[in-house]
Design a protein around this ligand. Structure first.
Ligand SMILES: [Zn+2]
Length: 52
């Protein structure tokens, strides 16, 4: 099985993804911006706080 490594834009962590996941992420990968679950959650949390 092919494995890809994708890097989070915010924390710079390299996240290994399976070929299937990579297919789904290809669009994001080409754009050069991927944000891992952890950072995504944090960003969402912070933007919710800023709206108030
Ligand atoms: Zn991250």
């Amino acid at each position: 099985m092919e494995e890809y490594v994708i890097r989070c834009l915010l924390c710079g962590r390299s996240i290994p993804v399976s070929g299937q996941q990579a297919d789904q992420l290809r669009a994001v990968k080409e754009g050069g911006t991927y944000i891992c679950d952890l950072c995504r959650r944090r960003v969402r949390h912070e933007s919710e706080r800023q709206q108030r």
